[in-house]
Design a protein around this ligand. Structure first.
Ligand SMILES: Nc1ncnc2c1ncn2[C@@H]1O[C@H](COP(=O)(O)OP(=O)(O)O)[C@@H](O)[C@H]1O
Ligand SMILES: O=C(O)C1=C[C@@H](OP(=O)(O)O)[C@@H](O)[C@H](O)C1
Ligand SMILES: [Mg+2]
Length: 170
């Protein structure tokens, strides 16, 4: 692992497993764990869904960017929110301290795992379908990823193992 990049940052679509696999990965790799969604809620004093409902998806992206830019972490697994890749400065900052791992899942898997999109605080334009969102984001996740792990058909433990195996060694 690059000495300056001691964090592992997980990116990917909502439902790809960033939050749940992130905890397993932290335990397996001896790191601390942080979920930027929780930092956003704490900073805004509101749930993600409330931010979107009351102030719109742009407001969520703004506070998400502030949270990303304020991160000063080392030796953490960082579970990001699915919309993190819309912030170029935020991603640039994250990449200075983190190996960025894209948890790659198909649209079918996203559909299976996410029930009601309107309850999950997804940061999307009101006119945008999940298919459109998936297409738009795929390019962004690939652009920022140092490593991509195909997660379809894998258990959370298998995804965790695959990430560990793909990490550059110390
Ligand atoms: N590899 C996996 N296999 C089966 N279910 C999974 C897997 N990864 C995550 N899940 C489930 O999918 C849901 C979304 O996971 P979560 O970690 O919240 O995703 P994200 O943080 O990327 O939105 C949770 O119910 C979780 O248990
Ligand atoms: O994909 C998105 O637009 C979002 C995903 C959420 O996180 P998860 O990716 O952990 O579900 C959260 O950051 C926010 O509600 C926006
Ligand atoms: Mg999450």
């Amino acid at each position: 692992m690059n000495e300056t990049k001691t964090n592992i940052a997980l990116i990917g679509m909502p439902g790809s497993g960033k939050s749940t696999v992130g905890v397993l990965l932290a335990k397996a790799s001896g790191r601390d764990f942080v979920d930027t969604d929780l930092l956003i809620q704490s900073r805004a004093g509101a749930t993600l869904q409330t931010i979107v409902d009351e102030n719109g998806y742009e407001a969520l992206r703004e506070v998400e960017e502030q949270v990303l830019l304020s991160l000063q972490l080392s030796n953490h697994v960082i579970a990001t929110g699915g919309s993190v890749v819309y912030s170029e400065p935020g991603m640039a900052h994250l990449k200075t301290s983190s190996v960025v791992v894209f948890l790659d899942v198909s649209l079918e898997t996203v559909r299976e795992r996410i029930g009601d999109y309107s309850l999950r605080g997804i940061s999307k334009r009101p006119d945008q379908t999940i298919e459109d969102l998936f297409e738009e984001r795929l390019d962004l996740y690939r652009r920022y990823a140092d490593i991509a792990v195909n997660c379809d058909g894998c258990s959370m433990e298998q995804v965790c193992e695959a990430v560990m195996a793909a990490l550059p060694s110390a």
